[in-house]
Design a protein around this ligand. Structure first.
Ligand code: ADP
Length: 269
C-alpha cells in the first residue's frame, strides 16, 4: 500500500542518515587520531610549522564534528518544544540586522513587510527553531552568492495555497487564511532540476566536503512539518532561489491531528 511504501521510504531515509553520520564521523576521527599519533611519536614536531599544521587540521576536524552533532540534534528533535505566537516582523528585522553585520557587504539584505497597522504578522511555532530555520536558509543563500547579490525576506498573510503547498500540508481543504507566508529569496546560482528534486534529502549536498552537511534543508523541512506547515522551493539555474515557508497563524482554529505517528521523524516523502 501507499502507506507501507511511505513508511519503508522513511525507514530508508533514517538508514541513510545513520550511515552518512557514521561515515562523516569516521573521516573526522581518522584525521584527529592520525595527527595526534604523529605528534605523540615525534613530539619535537610540535615546535615546527608542520607540527602546527597537524594540530590545526585536528582542531578543524573536531570543530566540524561538533557542528555535525549539533545539526544532527536539531534534525532529530522529535517535537516542537515550545510552540508560541512569534512576532515574525520583529524576528525578521533582528535577523536581517545580524546578517548585515556579519555577511559579505556585497550582499544587500532587505525585509519586505505589509504596511504596519495591517493584521499582526505572527505564527505559531517554536521561536528558536524558526530562527534556526531562517538562519539555515540565509546561510544557503549566502553560499549561492559568492560574488554578492541580494537576499530578501518577505512575510505576509497567505493569499492562496499553491498546489505544491497543499500537497505538503496533506490537507486538501486547508484554508489560506490560516497561514502566514515567509519567503527568503536570493539572486544566486539557482538550482538545476536534479538538485531541486533532492534538496530536502538528509545528507544531500553539492558543496565541497567540509563545506556542507546536507542537513540544512532537511532540518527546515522537518521543522515545517512539525509546525503543521510546509516549505517549498522555487529555483532555476541563473534565476536565483526562493524558499517559502507556510506556517499556521496563532489564532486559527486548532488544526486536525497529523496522520503521522507521534514518534516518527518528519522526513521528506
Ligand atoms: P548544505 O547547505 O549543507 O549543502 P542543505 O540541505 O542546506 O545542505 O542544501 C542542500 C543543497 O541544496 C545544497 O548543497 C545546494 O546544492 C542546494 N541549495 C540549498 N539552498 C540553495 C540556494 N539558496 N541556492 C542554490 N542552491 C541551494
Amino acid at each position: 500500500s501507499e502507506e507501507a511504501l511511505g513508511h519503508a521510504q522513511r525507514l530508508e531515509s533514517v538508514g541513510q542518515l545513520t550511515g552518512g553520520i557514521a561515515h562523516d564521523f569516521n573521516n573526522l576521527l581518522t584525521v584527529i587520531q592520525g595527527n595526534l599519533q604523529v605528534l605523540e611519536e615525534l613530539p619535537a614536531l610540535a615546535g615546527h610549522e608542520f607540527g602546527q599544521q597537524l594540530v590545526s587540521a585536528a582542531t578543524r576536524a573536531a570543530h566540524r564534528g561538533a557542528e555535525l552533532t549539533s545539526k544532527l540534534l536539531a534534525f532529530s528533535r522529535r517535537q516542537v518544544l515550545q510552540p508560541a505566537a512569534v512576532d515574525v516582523a520583529a524576528l525578521l528585522e533582528a535577523l536581517a540586522d545580524m546578517l548585515r553585520r556579519t555577511l559579505d557587504q556585497r550582499i544587500a539584505i532587505r525585509v519586505q513587510l505589509p504596511p504596519s497597522g495591517d493584521e499582526p504578522l505572527a505564527v505559531l511555532a517554536d521561536p528558536g527553531q524558526l530562527e534556526a530555520a531562517l538562519l539555515n536558509l540565509a546561510i544557503n543563500a549566502r553560499d549561492a552568492m559568492p560574488e554578492g547579490g541580494s537576499l530578501t525576506f518577505t512575510a505576509a498573510p497567505a493569499t492562496e495555497l499553491p498546489g505544491a503547498v497543499r500537497r505538503e500540508l496533506n490537507d486538501p481543504s486547508a484554508r489560506h487564511e490560516r497561514y502566514l507566508r515567509i519567503a527568503i529569496a536570493d539572486t544566486g546560482t539557482g538550482m538545476p532540476e536534479s538538485v531541486k528534486e533532492r534538496a530536502f534529502e538528509p545528507f544531500f549536498t553539492t558543496k565541497q566536503p567540509g563545506r556542507g552537511t546536507g542537513l540544512g534543508l532537511s532540518t527546515v523541512y522537518g521543522f515545517a512539518k512539525q509546525s503543521r506547515g510546509a516549505v517549498v522551493i522555487d529555483s532555476a539555474p541563473g534565476a536565483g532561489t526562493t524558499l517559502t515557508l507556510y506556517l499556521p497563524r496563532p489564532w486559527a482554529e486548532a488544526p486536525e491531528p497529523a496522520d503521522e505517528p507521534a514518534v516518527s521523524h518528519a522526513l521528506p516523502p
